[in-house]
Design a protein around this ligand. Structure first.
Ligand code: GAR
Length: 209
């Protein structure tokens, strides 16, 4: 079977990228890793694995639309059938998101819809929640609100701080992101209206805001 060609977008450390690169028996092929920052540490993981790297510095563009246009051109050079955001810290325009609808995934460090946006671990601790975690979802034009594919739940401990909590959540991220990508590569996962569908069953998450 032909491996699913994918492109990963990163902005920083790239630990999720590394977990995806290290997936045993991958049914996908990472064709390129694109960073919007020159110094993203994750680029080293790509180079080490002989994966093409590209840098598209958002500061060199006058508008989000121009940046997104350049990003799209770059992705499409690699004929990606799936695009994954792995710690990509730029908001993408609705045009970009709609263009890749159903083949654009993101991982977010919270149990969505709780704690959309930044500083999720700090905010979870401040809110005193008992459970925290991570979510993989299809990206739609609404920030961090696309249909959820999988979540990992992590208990918040009495002596947790941001570092300890984020470390436990990250460990789970490294499990659920490769899993979601494998499902997609096996043609078991798709976006259908408001739901992610796995093995023809809609994935329903009863979380509340
Ligand atoms: C991860 O925790 C990921 O969930 C988060 O950034 C981190 C990137 O780490 N993404 C977001 O917050 C997106 N809104 P990594 O570069 O080591 O994979």
């Amino acid at each position: 079977m032909e491996k699913l060609p994918l492109v990963a977008l990163i902005s920083g450390r790239g630990s999720n990228l590394k977990a995806i690169i290290d997936t045993p028996n991958p049914l996908f092929e990472i064709r390129a890793v694109i960073s919007n920052r020159y110094h993203a540490k994750g680029l080293a993981h790509a180079k080490q694995a002989d994966i093409a790297t590209e840098i598209i510095d958002h500061d060199l563009f006058n508008s989000r639309l121009e940046f997104d246009h350049a990003l799209k051109n770059c992705i499409n050079q690699y004929q990606a059938k799936l695009v994954i955001l792995a710690g990509f810290m730029r908001i993408l325009s609705p045009d970009f998101v709609n263009y890749y609808q159903g083949r654009l995934l993101n991982i977010h460090p919270s149990l969505l819809p709780a704690f959309k946006g930044l500083n999720t671990h700090k905010r979870a601790l401040e809110a005193g929640v008992k459970e925290h975690g991570a979510s993989v979802h299809f990206v739609t034009a609404d920030l961090d609100a696309g249909p959820i594919i999988i979540q990992a739940r992590v208990a918040v401990l009495a002596d947790d701080n941001e570092a300890s909590l984020s470390q436990r959540v990250l460990k789970q991220e490294h499990r659920i992101y490769p899993q979601s990508i494998q499902w997609f590569a096996q043609n078991r996962l798709r976006l259908e209206g408001q739901y992610a569908v796995l093995d023809d069953k809609p994935l329903i998450f009863n979380n509340t805001d």
